[in-house]
Unconditional design. Structure first.
Length: 244
């Protein structure tokens, strides 16, 4: 059944659990899904995570409707997970790409800026917990990243983001944003196509919040969402079972 994380200053954090199976000896993409708020109006993220020989590949889409994009705290900024077989060796990001990026002006007009490769994200680990992130906790040993830029925003990345507040519109420290599908390939020692995942957590916003940690205080630009009772962060947990 779903698990919940109690994050300070967040009124609700929803975890969606997906049960998946593994075909013997064949890498299979498992779903990542986070959907919160009425009609998924607060966060709506989809993607996949798949183990290979020494690799983990993650794809992400921020499916939040453009009309529902309000604050940078709704943007995806990291993923944490555990995977069987991992030997606790150095984790690195061998490649990353986004199908598009965008700059959003102070008048809420989005101008597409084209595909991005690399994305400015990085990868690391803290013990058995692996992370790919653009806003990263120091304990994960991730090298310099583009954060707080290059978070994954909802919408098409073009036209008008009518509801976007000052944490997005004309906020140069946060511009540009990634849009469309983002793909990450991580080098994770010991992982095979038969490895299984657990505790897959999606991080939102511009504060690094690894599993089990508490956000001390939101940045001022993020206060709008918290003040109106919208979700400040969400987690997607799912487990994988091997074919009997």
């Amino acid at each position: 059944m779903p698990r919940f994380i109690n994050l300070k200053n967040s009124l609700l954090t929803m975890a969606l659990l997906a049960l998946v199976s593994l075909a013997h000896g064949t890498a299979q993409a498992d779903p990542i899904s986070v959907c919160t708020g009425a009609g998924c109006s607060t966060t709506n993220v989809s993607g996949t995570i798949v183990a290979g020989n020494g690799t983990v590949t993650i794809t992400l889409n921020n499916d939040l409707a453009q009309a529902n994009v309000v604050s940078v705290i709704q943007n995806v900024s990291g993923v944490y997970f555990q995977v069987s077989g991992y030997t606790l060796g150095a984790v690195s990001l061998s490649g990353s790409s986004a199908t598009n990026s965008t700059n959003i002006s102070a008048t809420n007009i989005a101008t597409p800026a084209g595909a991005v490769s690399p994305t400015g994200w990085g990868a690391g680990h803290n013990g058995a917990v692996v992370s790919v992130c653009v806003v990263c906790a120091g304990s994960f040993g991730v090298g310099p990243t583009a954060g707080p830029q290059q978070t994954l925003i909802g919408g098409t990345g073009s036209g008008i983001y009518v509801g976007a507040n000052g944490s997005i519109a004309g906020n140069n420290p946060h511009n540009p944003f990634l849009t469309g599908t983002v793909t990450f390939t991580l080098v994770v020692p010991g992982v095979t196509a038969n490895s299984t995942f657990s505790n897959v957590v999606v991080q939102f916003g511009t504060t690094a919040t690894p599993p089990g940690q508490v956000t001390e205080a939101p940045e001022p630009a993020s206060m709008f969402l918290l003040g109106t009772g919208l979700v400040g962060a969400a987690a997607a947990y799912r487990r994988r079972r091997q074919k009997q």
